[in-house]
Design a protein around this ligand. Structure first.
Ligand code: MLT
Length: 408
């Protein structure tokens, strides 16, 4: 009989959002009449852009004719999509990212979880605290984090993002090899200015580190001076990988399409100092373990990178940001301290004294039938906080805020 991979035993029993879903399911089973409003996982509710729908339909038709039928997609994605991304996300913003530096996938979740396979098991990792749990969990599974003691893994360099540093992390105290950054941040909604992000790029250059930059929420950036890509920063192409996604930008959480940018300048070395292209290693990994994103989906995704698509996406983002504003104002009226919700679809607030994150999660669910995400699920420094997601139907957001007015 094979033995279990003991790294899995170091994980929390359930993935954060699976645990939230379990608790909600149990609550609904017991209270079938309850009208639960879900502001937990960041899942979109508005339909796909019209131009995406027509391309999806046209692509279905392509699959019905022998002349236009498509089999296995290219491992790195179709060129038509990579070219469109290069043009709309980068070249038009003055950033030189070529189509062959873009790798299409089914999600930034998958890519941020899988990228660690390219790096030595002895690589030291730095992770924001709190942050999207996938970076940490995937490294725990790989066996890179050490043991879990008092809420932390002892081989991980945590970068606390707390009220004390305005949710903007300090540079690592110890030497690290891989730095996971996520801005606009999930869960705090905080952003970094160009100068702040430059500090991280300079640090990576000076310390031979690689930054794994999750930009899944870049489309929500509204304020000038806030970078939407790490490649806006000089020198970043030598030290960074960026993860981007259509999930939150264009309503693709269920449709699945994302893309990872690995610049050609990015190399890693073996212990003898030989250099290897990170992009080549990623393609080697993907072509072994992944068979690409469906042609139909990539055709639909390409419609996002057109004038019409960009206009439609802007409307979607404005809709969710207006939701965020309604939630922010509701939280503020309750006298609770919050951050986020301006360049981000997430609002992060301090729970009232006397509650832990999970206790307040239960309280919101039981008293107001509102699903939230407990801050501690994103890391130890998230204890005492709650995240509300602005993804939702406007009428539900308004009702949730109305319900919360009865909070004492
Ligand atoms: C979240 O709620 O943090 C995200 O929706 C989860 C994800 O993107 O996988």
């Amino acid at each position: 009989m094979p033995f279990v991979n003991e790294n899995f035993l170091k994980l929390n029993k359930n993935y954060l959002f699976a645990e939230v879903a379990n608790r909600v399911r149990k609550y609904v089973e017991k209270n079938p009449q309850a009208r639960v409003i879900k502001l937990g996982i960041g899942d979109v509710t508005e339909p796909l852009p019209v131009c995406v729908i027509s391309e999806l339909k046209a692509a279905v038709d392509d699959m019905s004719r022998r002349e236009t039928f498509q089999g296995y997609p290219p491992y790195e994605g179709y060129e038509f999509l990579r070219k469109a991304i290069s043009e709309f996300d980068f070249k038009r913003r003055g950033i030189d990212i070529e189509p062959d530096e873009i790798y299409i996938s089914t999600g930034a979740k998958e890519d941020t979880a899988n990228i660690q396979e390219l790096f030595s098991i002895h690589s030291k990792i730095a992770i924001l605290d709190p942050v999207y749990p996938v970076y940490l969990d995937s490294n725990v599974m790989a066996g890179r984090t050490g043991n879990f003691v008092d809420g932390i893994y002892n081989d991980v360099e945590y970068l606390p993002c707390t009220i004390e540093n305005n949710f903007s992390p300090y540079l690592p105290k110890k030497k690290v090899d891989l730095i996971y950054l996520c801005f606009p941040n999930n869960p705090t909604g905080q952003v970094l200015t160009k100068d702040e992000l430059k500090m991280w790029v300079d640090y990576a250059i000076d310390n031979d580190a690689i930054i794994l930059f999750d930009a899944a929420y870049e489309a929500f950036v509204q304020q000038p001076g806030i970078p939407r890509s790490i490649f806006e920063i000089e020198g970043a192409k030598k030290v960074a990988i960026e993860f981007r996604s259509l999930s939150k930008t264009a309503g693709f959480t269920g449709t699945r399409c994302a893309y990872t940018i690995i610049p050609k300048e990015l190399y890693i070395k073996d212990k003898d100092g030989n250099k290897y292209s990170v992009g080549d290693l990623w393609l080697r990994r993907q072509s072994t373990k992944f068979n690409g994103v469906a042609y139909i989906i990539q055709k639909g995704a390409a419609a996002v990178f057109t004038e019409k698509g960009q206009e439609e996406v802007k409307k979607l983002i404005s809709y969710y940001l207006e939701n965020a504003k309604i939630i922010r104002e509701g939280i503020e009226a309750l006298g609770l301290k919050y951050t986020g919700g301006i360049n981000s679809p997430y609002i992060w607030f301090k729970v009232p004294d006397g509650f832990t994150s999970w206790q307040f999660f239960d309280y919101l669910l039981e008293k107001f039938q509102i699903v939230s995400t407990p801050g501690v699920g994103f890391g130890k420094s998230g204890e005492g906080y709650i995240r509300l997601s602005a993804f939702g139907k406007r009428e539900d957001i308004i009702e949730a805020v109305e319900r919360l007015k009865n909070f004492k």
